[in-house]
Design a protein around this ligand. Sequence first.
Ligand code: SME
Length: 137
Amino acid sequence: SNSKLNVDDRLLGICQLLEANVPHYNWVGFYFKNGDKNELKLGPYVGEPTDHTIIPFGKGICGQVAVSNQNFVVPDVSAQDNYIACSITVKAEIVIPIFVNGENIGQIDIDSNTPDPFSSEDERFLEFVCENVAQIL
Ligand code: SME
């Protein structure tokens, strides 16, 4: 529908703004719960294309956030055993869940090519972004 297209355009615009303005944000995208399936589906993103357009709940950093409902900050992806590599250039990752009416419906996922770049300031900022995203879904 037109309104869904508009949402995706707006989400893509958020990805573009974040990637362009924060030097340590190198891949920025949204994953959303895929209907009633126990999996995430890739939404709008900027950065290198990824093969991981579907991620089962529990798998990788993203899949773990789908079940934990908690922020996940990964300072060093090489230290994670449950991690899905999208690019060999990625050193760190942050995933923040998006809640609508208290339900975890998706997340913002950011990869960084800089080691250990994410602070609590990134977490608070991205929680704010996700709260605003929840308002437009
Ligand atoms: N690294 C993620 C997979 C998604 S890519 O970063 C785009 C993970 O482990 O879930």
